[in-house]
Design a protein around this ligand. Structure first.
Ligand code: BG6
Length: 487
């Protein structure tokens, strides 16, 4: 195992209280992530107390955690590392109440010895979050603690304001870490590096040079077992008001005064403050054919499984530049891209038919897949006589660098940051409330849902929404595969 550089992990051993410990997210991401962080030596000591409605004991929870690692860990689980991790697991059923939780946390802290910190992770539906907060308050576990909250952070402005006010009765804002796992993805942070560590791009990062921006996250996945959650949520609340707007903020923000949590949050919040309210006429809501027949779905459901929209950031840098966002379930391809279309040259001196402009504008494209990829497309001369132009591209793939082994999964990265008290990649109450505020008109008068065939790119009206431009996906030219020559 590679040696962990100092300062990357938390200074103090951690007691993690994991609410929703037997749920889907805990099984898929949180337990495998905590296992990896512990085994790789990122955390200088870790005890995990699972809490959920299930009536288990510590051994039952260990068995459930072992099953989750077997099924979902992306890395091999060794018997020695597992034995060490398992010995740090404990369990308190929710019904046992605050006193039992406090006893378990005290025992965990004693076993770690010395100074420790508490990380409460609420991997529970919104309806259960506040009662978990209350239990932590009653158990006297607020001191020396941080609390990680999962989305959705409310369902509209009023509910978000109420949720934040109730949270603040128990925890200070500085203790609250609202997680958005898209910000934990390496390529999302690479947007900041790309923009602010180079002098080359920032001068053209504005309305004078950029024509429009697309943030496109189609998914091939359906609902799995999440119909209950999804029926209440829909694509806008599940993906846009969370992940896509956060990515948009990284794309659009001004350079922060320092690469630190407060200046970065401030710049992101300025983007949100400058956003114009989303207009229902600029939104296409879709539902895949067959959704209403899925188990747990209302046969007359109006929930959208797809959304595409146009929004504007009305500030000096971006006034008049449309940002097109799209995401949906059961679509043709799974992709996560940001694509920036540059303005075309003011005049073309190339002969008619030479091909200039025929394949759309120049694009800078970021692929937010786990290993970053980027591409810059431009017109160049096709070799041979005359002047025939073709769309060519420069492509970069992190895979080619040999650095890929260092990647932490998004949740791992964010859990580690929360343990260190670093809020840089977390969202704030103010930012979230503003996003609900710009969503009010859409939530109050949503356009009707239009059906789309599973495996497609959404309802037909997506083309009108973006005209006279075109959606970048599906790509006309696929990413080049470095293992193939001539691609
Ligand atoms: C989750 C949404 O937050 O993000 C899911 O609830 C979605 O509906 C998922 O599928 C996408 O995340 P990733 O990391 O798989 O792109």
């Amino acid at each position: 195992m590679a040696k962990i550089p100092p300062g990357v992990g938390p200074r103090f051993p951690q007691v993690v209280v994991l609410f929703g410990a037997t749920g889907d997210l805990a099984r898929r991401k949180l337990l495998p992530g905590l296992y990896h962080l512990s085994a790789a030596g990122f955390i200088p000591g870790c005890r995990i107390i699972g809490v959920s409605l299930d009536d288990l004991d510590a051994d039952g929870f260990r068995a459930a955690a072992r099953g989750a690692l077997g099924e979902f860990s992306s890395r091999p689980v060794t018997e020695a590392d597992w034995a060490h991790f398992a010995q740090g697991l404990d369990y308190v059923p929710l019904a046992a109440g605050p006193a039992a939780l406090k006893t378990a946390v005290d025992a965990a802290e004693r076993s770690l010895g010395g100074e420790t910190r508490r990380l409460h992770y609420l991997s529970v539906p919104p309806s259960a979050a506040l009662s978990a907060v209350q239990m932590l308050g009653e158990a006297g576990l607020v001191e020396r603690s941080r609390i990680v909250m999962e989305k959705p952070f409310g369902t509209d402005l009023a509910s978000a304001v109420t949720l934040n006010a109730r949270l603040h009765q128990t925890f200070a804002e500085e203790q609250i870490f609202r997680i958005d796992h898209f910000l934990g993805k390496e390529p999302a942070q690479n947007i900041l590096a790309f923009r602010f560590a180079n002098g080359l791009f920032e001068p053209i990062w504005n309305r004078n040079f950029i024509d429009h921006v697309q943030i496109d996250v189609p998914e091939t996945l359906g609902l799995g077992t999440r119909a209950g959650f999804y029926e209440q949520t829909g694509a806008y609340r599940d993906m846009v008001v969370t992940h896509l707007f956060q990515i948009l903020a990284f794309m659009a923000m001004e350079p922060p005064t320092a690469l630190e949590p407060a200046p970065i949050s401030e710049e992101k919040n300025k983007v949100f403050r400058s956003m114009l309210p989303i207009q229902p006429a600029d939104v296409v809501r879709g539902q895949y054919a067959g959704y209403r027949g899925e188990p747990g779905v209302d046969p007359e459901s109006e929930t959208e499984t797809f959304i595409a929209l146009k929004c504007y950031i009305d500030n000096w840098r971006w006034a008049g530049v449309p940002f097109f966002l799209r995401t949906g379930k059961r679509m043709a391809e799974g992709q996560r891209i940001i694509s920036i279309a540059f303005r075309e040259p003011p005049k073309s001196m190339f002969p008619p038919g030479s091909g200039v402009g025929a394949q759309g504008p120049d694009h800078l494209t970021f692929d937010l897949a786990d290993a970053s990829k980027m591409s810059l497309s431009f017109y160049g001369k096709r070799p041979g006589p005359g002047m025939r132009l073709d769309k060519l591209s420069l492509q970069f793939a992190m895979h080619d660098t040999g650095l890929i082994g260092e990647v932490l999964e998004a949740y791992e990265r964010l859990i580690l940051d929360a343990m260190r008290g670093d809020r840089t990649l977390f969202t704030t109450a103010e930012g979230i409330e503003r996003l609900w505020q710009v969503s009010t008109q859409l939530l109050e008068s949503p356009p009707p849902v239009r059906l789309y065939p599973p495996g497609s790119w959404g309802p037909k009206s997506i083309h009108q929404l973006i005209a006279p431009h075109a959606w970048r996906l599906p790509f006309e030219r696929a990413w080049r595969d470095p293992n193939k020559t001539g691609g």
